[in-house]
Design a protein around this ligand. Structure first.
Ligand SMILES: O=P(O)(O)O[C@H]1O[C@H](CO)[C@@H](O)[C@H]1O
Ligand SMILES: Nc1nc2[nH]cnc2c(=O)[nH]1
Length: 304
């Protein structure tokens, strides 16, 4: 698969030729969160298979469809389906759709995901508004920015301080429906696809993480490189096993979060996400007027 700037430009030009207006906001739907696209007015929909160079979704709960419409007054592109490293995609393939949307006009990106809680009191149905992340794959050299840098995407060494926009985070925390019990915190991205062992959960908590998942961090890194404003929202679908787990006796397993203990399966994750999606939709609707800001966006002479 071609992940070059030229391939992204081609995909962006293909989209812009078919859209009533260029998107300015993009939203990535996490597992089971595809219903967020229902917030869009006057939607136009495209299968990923139609869009030049786009990868194919392989995970249940990720439809593989791009829906573009208006979120409030903002032209918004919703990716119903993201790509994960465990599907066998390279980091650059994982972020191809985001780069395409940035070249098509997007300046603000909302990343959503389904995640396991590592923090006591943070349980299923709650929302972690991402303050910062730990990119385990990136730290180990599996970053979407590895390889020759194309300056047309962004600089060789982007800073990651403030990668998640503080203003958008404050807004999300203040506008979230009370049922979400929104709280700021740190998301750790792991490779998956197996869920964490109790010992791994203890390790991740020691590292300072509040929630764990298998996505988002590569996307946030590429978004920072592109100069996008990012809001990260983790809907907690399960509690990862906690400190008091007896690894030899699953019967003793209790969770470190407020909800039922793991083991989790993807079906449980999808079901919990679908329940929480209702409240996330309400949050998106409340945020909509603040997501588009006149004067923002990438202005580049060679933009398609
Ligand atoms: O992060 P999203 O795409 O929401 O999906 C989460 O749900 C899946 C596991 O159930 C993993 O892909 C994990 O990352
Ligand atoms: N890695 C990981 N991903 C998840 N996605 C939803 N829940 C979980 C979890 O507990 N662990």
């Amino acid at each position: 698969m071609d992940v070059s700037y030229e391939a992204c430009s081609e995909a962006a030009a293909w989209l812009r030729a078919r859209l009533r207006e260029p998107p300015r906001v993009a939203l990535v739907c996490g597992s089971g969160l595809g219903a967020l696209a229902q917030e869009l007015r006057d939607p136009q929909s495209f299968d990923y298979a139609e869009i030049p160079h786009f990868p194919r979704s392989t995970v249940q709960g990720h439809a593989g469809r791009l829906v573009v419409g208006r979120l409030g007054s903002a032209p918004c592109a919703v990716l119903q389906g993201r790509f994960h490293l465990y599907e066998g995609y390279s980091p650059a393939q994982v972020v191809f759709p985001l780069r395409t949307l940035a070249l098509a006009g997007v300046h603000t990106l909302v990343l959503t995901n389904a995640a396991g809680s590592l923090r006591p009191g943070l349980g299923p149905g709650h929302l972690l508004v991402i303050r910062d992340h730990i990119d385990l794959a990136g730290l180990a050299g599996r970053s979407p920015l590895v390889g020759p840098n194309d300056d047309r995407f962004g600089p060789r060494f982007p800073a990651m301080t403030g990668a998640y926009d503080a203003g958008l985070r404050r807004l999300a925390l203040s506008l979230a429906p009370p049922e979400l019990r929104a709280t700021p915190g740190v998301y750790v991205g792991v490779g998956g696809p197996s869920y964490e062992t109790p010992a791994e959960c203890r390790l991740l908590r020691t590292l300072g993480a509040d929630a764990v998942g298998m996505s988002t961090v590569s996307e946030a890194t590429a978004a920072r490189h592109l100069g996008l404003r990012v809001l990260g929202l983790s809907l907690i679908t399960n509690s990862a096993p906690g400190d008091d787990v007896d690894d030899d006796d699953a019967g003793d397993v209790t969770a470190c979060g407020a909800g039922p203990a793991t083991p989790t399966g993807h079906a449980e994750v999808l079901a919990a996400a679908q329940v929480g999606a209702r409240h996330l939709r309400a949050l998106l609707a409340a945020l909509a007027p603040k997501l588009d800001e006149p004067g923002r966006g990438r202005t580049r002479p060679d933009a398609p």
